[in-house]
Structure formats: structure tokens, C-alpha cells
Design a protein around this ligand. Structure first.
Ligand SMILES: [Zn+2]
Length: 419
């Protein structure tokens, strides 16, 4: 089968982290926490003084990760090792000292993890340019010509603008900046507004993103029923006050920017859509992006109809999560990965891969959509090529040819790329 897809789009990525992971210290193969002692180190793994590493997964380790292990092996440098799911980091005592955090174990989760990430020193200009170009190559090799990034910073924006002026970018990039609380919102809004004035044909500033809950894997996604069907067990908690979200949402829309919310649990998504509905009813208008949309109740989908909403889904997450999904969700399993329910309600959806949490791959998403039917997930009857194509035909004319499940040709802005 031959597919020619215009503007092949990954609608939810962490762009610079994709480049950073691809060229950085990979921890995915560690068999135990103390195995970190055996890894050969390169100077490029350092971010200022900090040793960075990515992708550990402790599920098969004999002992859990602990700061003591890192203190012994790396006494002289602060260490920041991000977990594979992007929701936790494992740090040493030196790092905790720099960050001003207290932690018994040296494993920071969710909000603290994200705040810690924000407090790391900048990479050098050259390191960051390297990560950008590496990320472009990673996406191009997987066939993508368009990406939507959720993790912009001031320095990333400037580097992207200068690389696009030098015609070195081989991707069309949409940027969003993540706000963690009301304290950083002011400066983030300011960055978005300034960046919007310096957009280029390659890079666009879209708006503000916030995290409203965590992940299913760490049972921090906010559900309407307890995890594992357990009577009165935990069901996750929201990361923001809804009143604070309301303020941030209104101001983001008033500035003409998109508002994007990470919601994994059905209750998280429901509360955000309900809030957007109330705010809209009072006269505010703007675009709402629901990130992940992994679990949506039918009434939440109905409530989306009058809003300018788009759901950004990553079918490939199903491939990684399918083993525990049904146990963890209990009754709510019937609402998981509702791509077909969204299509039937005519809510626009875009597919992506959440790289570097999952590798960027159109083909893995295709595989997930096909195989998930056997797990009782309703078949997606829409056009996968459309859901994986950037909706704006005026944004960098490009196409990708896929034949027999191989990326055959990528043409970006009229130039055939060497893969
Ligand atoms: Zn993400």
C-alpha cells in the first residue's frame, strides 16, 4: 500500500527533549539502580555542572532508585535522571541542595519534577542548536515534516528563529510554553506574546499549556472512580485550583493564544471542558486543546461540541499501557482511547506520539489503532492520514510517501530530504 500524506504532523511532542534524549545518556537498558556506575560518560551529557540522563524504568529492578546510590557514584556533580514517562526524576543530594527540595528518596514526582526541570541551568547555545538539529533529523527520519511542541523556552524560541532564518530547519514547528502555576504564568504569557511577533514561515507560537493531572502509570491521573475498582481508594488529584485555571485560561484567550491542558483522567478532562464552557458562555473565546484525551466520558464529549476544541491523542501509548490498562481503570475502561466517539461527535482530533516518551512514529500509531480493536477499543473509522496531517494547508508545503510500512520519501518546503 502506498500513502502520500501532506504535512505529516506529530501533534504532541517535547521537541528539544527529543534531541536531548537522542544524543544524551540513555538509561533505558539499566538492569538495576546501581548499574549506573558502569555507564561511560561523555562531556556532552552535562548541562552546565549537571549530569543529565533519560529513560530509566525501575519496574524490573531489584531495588528502587535512591539518592544514596547516586551520591556514592557521582559525589561531585548534581545529577538529574528523568524517568521514561517524563513524570519523575531521580536526583542526588547535591541536586536536591541546588533545587532547594527535600526528598527522602531523591525521586521527585509530577509538579516537583517539572519545577526541578525548569530550574536546571540552560544548555550552551551550541548544545541547544545541536539538540534542535538532532530532533529535526529524528522526526524527519520517521517521516514527519510538522510538529507541535509543548515545551518551548525563551532560548529555544530564539534559536529556532535564527535557525529558520538560516534555512537550517527541516521541520515546521508550532510552539507552546508550559506554565506550572500562577507564579510563572505572567512571564510565560509575556514570552508567548513577544514570540508571536517574531514568527517565521517555519515556526509559530501557539500558546500556553498547563498540566491539570498526572499519568495513569503512576496513578496520578484524575479519575471519576478509584483506581483498580477499589471501593474508596485513591482516584488521583488535580494539580491546579480550578479558579487559578480559569484566570489563566481567560487571560490566554484574551491574548489571542491557544490554551492547552494536559488531562489524562476522565474527571480532569471533564472539569476543564466544563470550565471552558462556562468561560465561553460569559463571552470569552479561544481555542482549547485537550492533550492526550485518553479517557473521556460521553457527556464530556457532548459538552465539547460548541467549543473550539481539538483533542490531541497518541495511539502509541496504548501499545505501552495495554498490559495494565483494564486492571487499573476498572469500570472506566469502556471510555479509554475514545477516538471513534470523538470522530462520531465531529470533534477534531490530531494524532501524535509524545516523543521522547514514545518514539515518533506514524506506523506505531497505525499499529496501535489496528491492534487495540481486539482489546475492546472501538475501531477508528476515520482517515488516519487526515488525523496525522497538519490542518493548515498554508503552513510549509510538504509531503511524505510511505510504502509497505516504510518511509520512502520526505519532501519539505519543496526539497527532498536525505534520510
Ligand atoms: Zn507530553
Amino acid at each position: 500500500m502506498l500513502l502520500k500524506i501532506p504535512r505529516l504532523y506529530d501533534s504532541h511532542t517535547h521537541f528539544i527533549a527529543t534531541g536531548e534524549f537522542a544524543g544524551g545518556l540513555a538509561l533505558g537498558e539499566l538492569k538495576s539502580a546501581s548499574d549506573v556506575a558502569k555507564i561511560p560518560l561523555k562531556s556532552s551529557y552535562y548541562r552546565g555542572e549537571w549530569l543529565m540522563g533519560f529513560g530509566w524504568n525501575e519496574t524490573a529492578w531489584p531495588e528502587p532508585p535512591h539518592k544514596k546510590i547516586l551520591d556514592l557514584i557521582f559525589p561531585d556533580h548534581p545529577v538529574f535522571f528523568a524517568r521514561m514517562d517524563g513524570h519523575r526524576c531521580w536526583v542526588n543530594s547535591k541536586a536536591l541542595q541546588y533545587l532547594g527540595f527535600a526528598s527522602e528518596t531523591g525521586v521527585l514526582m509530577e509538579k516537583e519534577h517539572l519545577q526541578a526541570w525548569d530550574r536546571l541551568p540552560d544548555y550552551t547555545h551550541e548544545q541547544q542548536r545541536g539538540h534542535i538539529l538532532t530532533a529535526c533529523r529524528v522526526f524527519n527520519k520517521s517521516g514527519f515534516t510538522h510538529v507541535r511542541d509543548m515545551s518551548c523556552t525563551e532560548s529555544l524560541w530564539h534559536n529556532l528563529v535564527s535557525l529558520s532564518e538560516a534555512k537550517e530547519l527541516t521541520l515546521a514547528i508550532e510552539e507552546n510554553v508550559t506554565s506550572h502555576d500562577l507564579n510563572d504564568f505572567e512571564s510565560i504569557l509575556d514570552l508567548c506574546v513577544r514570540a508571536k511577533k517574531t514568527e517565521t514561515p517555519y515556526v509559530r507560537m501557539k500558546g500556553v499549556k498547563v498540566f491539570y493531572d498526572g499519568s495513569l502509570g503512576s496513578q496520578t491521573a484524575y479519575l471519576s472512580k478509584p483506581y483498580n475498582g477499589k471501593g474508596d481508594g485513591p482516584r488521583g488529584t488535580p494539580l491546579w485550583d480550578l479558579a487559578d485555571i480559569e484566570e489563566v485560561l481567560k487571560r490566554t484567550w484574551a491574548a489571542g493564544l491557544d490554551f492547552s491542558v494536559h488531562t489524562i483522567g476522565d474527571e480532569a478532562a471533564h472539569q476543564i471542558v466544563d470550565l471552558a464552557r462556562k468561560v465561553s458562555a460569559k463571552g470569552s473565546v479561544g481555542r482549547l486543546n485537550i492533550e492526550h484525551a485518553q479517557l473521556l466520558r460521553p457527556e464530556t464529549i457532548q459538552m465539547m461540541k460548541p467549543l473550539h476544541v481539538r483533542c490531541h491523542m497518541q495511539p502509541c501509548h496504548w501499545l505501552s499501557d495495554k498490559v495494565w490498562l483494564e486492571d487499573k481503570l476498572g469500570d472506566l475502561y469502556k471510555y479509554v482511547f475514545p477516538w471513534e466517539a470523538l470522530r462520531l461527535a465531529q470533534i477534531p482530533i490530531s494524532f501524535g506520539c509524545d516523543s521522547p516518551v514514545e518514539p515518533p512514529s506514524f506506523l506505531r500509531n497505525k499499529e496501535a489503532l489496528e491492534k487495540s480493536v481486539q482489546a475492546g477499543i472501538r475501531k477508528f473509522n476515520g482517515d488516519l492520514a487526515v488525523a496525522h496531517s497538519h490542518p493548515d494547508a498554508g503552513f510549509m508545503d510538504s509531503y511524505t510517501v510511505i510504502e509497505e510500512d516504510k518511509i520512502k520519501e520526505v519532501v519539505f518546503a519543496g526539497t527532498k530530504l536525505l534520510l
